[in-house]
Design a protein around this ligand. Structure first.
Ligand code: ARG
Length: 471
């Protein structure tokens, strides 16, 4: 189709300030234009928008709604549009409201009538839903990959510190000795579930809305399955009203992101505590810290603190999207344009945070002596003494009581359980023999817990290796 034969109608579209303006007698104010436009943020969907358009056009040509020549023109025009966007030469116009109309208008400028035929059997309503799903699918794949990298970084450090002993805490009080490797692998578990959640969420993201058109489908003989295949979707959305209107898939992603950030935030809180000179269990590399402008001695763990803080914005995006959806009647409403900025920000936040954490975890230096020192305080092996007495035949509750008396004695003397002599211990229970000292050591305590899920070095090595061996 030659461009010249279409100049008149082409100009008609190009000169109008808005694509629908034939029906309107009065222009919108600049403020309303800015208020209703989305191009400033949805232009980041541009390449997905074009990908969707090319698949739609290919299908229209297959079913005979447009000609092969139209399709060739559309492909040629879109190639040019892609170049302009990638070279940042593309002129984004607020007057054209959003990414879809901006690209369509430029296409029409470049190729004429074929460009105007592209929108046959389609609406921006199914178009935008498709764009977001294509974009989100790619973000999910990136996030899953980053979560797996983070798990591997944690497992690598865990393997190195499978036998490094630290105090395990409950209520932030020394409870029982654990290995640092075991502690790290707790986070690997959390991030593993986060990845599973994204894998599951992806299944519902990866369905094709195109073909729903504005809300009711289209009278053209479209082949939605062909479009789905071209775009790599697993399935097509089965109801046109639902396809254009629901954003539950985006809400699911935000919920999964909020949990990722929750886990990141818990880890951050520990990193902040551990690097505090008061605790001093680890050091994180200087590139993740800053100094103080007034106190020269300080090295502040800015990155974990900020990550902990950024959890709030992702939680906020989840609530914003839920609230956005809850009052909407079927089908598409302009409210849905508000889905994007929060969703984009959630994806950006988890991408940047996870990328930084992979590097930060790999750069942790462990101060094993400080960990050990802390584990030796607070009667961390008291439970082991109770378990020992149970194995000698005492009911657990009696053993618990006996050990409480022993702990009280230690407090009076200012010593640890392992510092009591055999005769002092035997005064609490006659069944105690000198094999008790192996039990009361930190090493004895952790190595005894070698069952699945336990803190023993041998178990930590198995679990860390399992993660490292996962492709
Ligand atoms: N910019 C719009 C959005 O993000 C595209 C869909 C517009 N549809 C409409 N009927 N106004 O949702």
């Amino acid at each position: 189709m030659s461009n010249n034969s279409n100049t008149a109608s082409q100009d008609q579209f190009a000169n109008k300030s808005q694509a629908w303006s034939a029906r309107f007698s009065e222009p919108v104010s600049d403020l309303v234009k800015r208020y209703t436009a989305s191009v400033s943020f949805d232009k980041r969907l541009a390449l997905y928008d074009i990908q969707g358009s090319l698949a739609h056009a290919a299908m229209l040509a297959t079913v005979g709604v447009i000609t092969d020549a139209d399709l060739a023109d559309i492909r040629r025009g879109m190639d040019q549009v892609i170049v302009e966007i990638q070279n940042e030469q593309f002129e984004w116009l607020l007057d054209l409201e959003d990414v879809h109309l901006n690209i369509e208008k430029r296409l029409v400028e470049l190729i004429g009538d074929a460009g105007k035929r592209l929108h046959t059997g389609r609406s921006r309503n199914d178009q935008v839903a498709t764009d977001i799903r294509l974009w989100l699918r790619a973000e999910i794949d990136t996030a899953i990959d980053l979560l797996n990298q983070l798990r591997r970084a944690l497992a690598t450090l865990a393997l190195e510190h499978a036998a490094t002993i630290m105090p395990g805490f409950t209520h932030l009080q020394v409870a029982q000795p654990v290995t640092f490797g075991h502690h790290l692998l707790a986070y690997a578990e959390m991030f593993g579930r986060d990845a599973e959640r994204l894998v599951d969420c992806r299944k519902r993201v990866n369905r094709l809305p195109l073909g729903a058109a504005a809300l009711a489908g289209t009278s053209f003989p479209i082949d939605r399955e062909q479009v789905a295949t071209l775009l790599g979707f697993d399935d097509v959305c089965r109801n046109s009203l639902d396809a254009v209107s629901d954003r539950d898939f985006a809400i699911e992603f935000c919920a999964a992101s909020a949990l990722i950030m929750t886990h990141i935030s818990r880890l951050s809180e520990e990193l902040v505590l551990w690097v505090s000179p008061r605790i001093g269990f680890i050091d994180i590399a200087d590139r993740f810290c800053t100094g103080s402008s007034i106190m020269p001695q300080k090295k502040n763990p800015d990155v974990p603190e900020l990550a902990r803080g950024k959890t709030g914005r992702v939680n906020g995006h989840l609530i914003a999207l839920l609230t956005l959806m809850k009052g909407q009647p079927l089908a598409y409403n302009k409210d849905n344009q508000e889905d994007k900025e929060g969703l984009f920000d959630a994806a950006d936040t988890i991408r940047d945070t996870l990328t930084i954490f992979v590097d930060m975890v790999s750069g942790i230096t462990v101060k094993a002596d400080a960990m050990r020192e802390a584990a030796l305080q607070g009667f961390a092996t008291a439970t082991d003494l109770a378990d020992y007495l149970v194995k000698k035949g005492l009911p657990f509750r009696d053993a618990h009581e006996t050990v409480a008396l022993a702990v009280r004695r230690c407090e009076e003397k200012g010593c640890d359980l392992a510092d009591l002599s055999l005769s002092e211990l035997q005064a609490f229970h006659a069944s105690i023999e000198d094999d008790i000292f192996a039990v009361l050591t930190l090493e004895g305590s952790v190595s005894a817990r070698k069952h699945i899920g336990g803190t023993a070095p041998e178990r930590v090595r198995i679990e860390a290796q399992r993660i490292l061996d996962t492709p």
